[in-house]
Design a protein around this ligand. Structure first.
Ligand SMILES: NC(=O)c1ccc[n+]([C@@H]2O[C@H](COP(=O)([O-])OP(=O)(O)OC[C@H]3O[C@@H](n4cnc5c(N)ncnc54)[C@H](O)[C@@H]3O)[C@@H](O)[C@H]2O)c1
Length: 257
């Protein structure tokens, strides 16, 4: 039996990077997964790769997380495919680079819409499904940028801090209401996915750019997607049944400084 055998996981932003890795790791431990993304081709590829290894375990759906209608369609399709939804991984997100003098209102709103509003819209719509499939787990992918700030990450800092606190509010509501639905946040540091390409480029590109990032991390390396995936696997499983409203920093020690 796998660590998440019988779980039914809905993962946003699964076309690449962390979301794709979570889907692979959860399926390898026995879960059924539905991978969604605005990049449908990428989501389809992730699901096909998983299905090749675990026949019948994965499906994909086109899904823009800023669209309420897309959420309704994707959740309905996923519930039908998996026979319910017991794990919601709110992973889709975008970075943002700009300070209080350079950030535009349009850029600010885009970051909040994709990184924050989506979790409000989607989790609210997912609640009836999660209530039907208790014990359930909501896993929100925040960032160390929700805990420590950078002068040029104004919108992203604000967005990821909002995800952190929203997580606790959702968790407390579920606990008080008596639902066996837990909600926790995960806070990765720079992890090797396409989202950090602009940061590596800003630091001079290639090894030079990576070194500028790793220098800030006490463990002296970038995170790998699996480093974050192990936290998601734990939170999706019943091993974490007494854990809610918590934050998991997968950060090589950076927030201790
Ligand atoms: N990699 C890191 O260093 C790092 C660190 C901290 C937090 N995070 C967070 O992890 C999450 C995943 O990031 P990643 O590193 O895999 O980045 P990524 O850019 O590789 O993947 C993000 C995915 O989200 C999808 N996406 C973007 N906008 C969307 C929308 N409107 N609707 C649906 N899907 C959309 C993209 O198509 C992409 O597949 C994000 O929330 C990110 O903020 C990443």
């Amino acid at each position: 039996m796998g660590r998440v055998a019988g779980k039914k996981a809905f993962i946003t932003g699964g076309a690449q990077g962390l979301g794709a890795c979570f889907a692979h790791m959860l399926a390898a431990e026995g879960a059924k997964v539905v991978v969604t993304d605005v990049n449908s081709k990428g989501a389809e590829r992730t699901a096909a790769e998983i299905d090749a290894k675990h026949p019948g375990a994965a499906a994909f759906c086109h899904h823009d997380v800023t669209s309420r209608e897309d959420w309704e369609n994707a959740l309905g399709m996923a519930s039908e495919f998996m026979g319910g939804i017991s794990v919601l991984v709110n992973n889709a997100g975008v970075g943002g680079w700009g300070n209080i003098e350079t950030e535009t209102l349009e850029g600010w709103r885009r970051t909040q819409a994709i990184d924050v509003d989506s979790i409000f819209i989607g989790t609210q719509l997912a609640m009836p499904y999660l209530k039907e499939s208790q014990p359930a787990s909501i896993i929100n992918i925040s960032s160390v940028a929700g805990i420590i700030a950078h002068g040029d990450m104004l919108a992203y800092n604000a967005a990821k801090a909002a995800v952190w606190m929203m997580t606790k509010s959702i968790a407390l509501h579920c606990a008080k209401t008596g639902y066996d639905i837990r909600c926790n946040s995960v806070h990765p540091v720079f992890t090797r996915t396409p989202i950090i390409d602009p940061l590596v480029a800003l630091g001079g590109g290639g090894k030079l750019g990576e070194d500028r990032l790793t220098k800030q991390i006490p463990l002296q390396r970038l995170g790998e997607p699996e480093d974050v995936g192990y936290a998601v696997l734990y939170l999706a499983s019943d091993e974490s049944r007494f854990v809610t409203a918590s934050e998991f920093k997968i950060d090589g020690g950076i927030t201790a400084q």
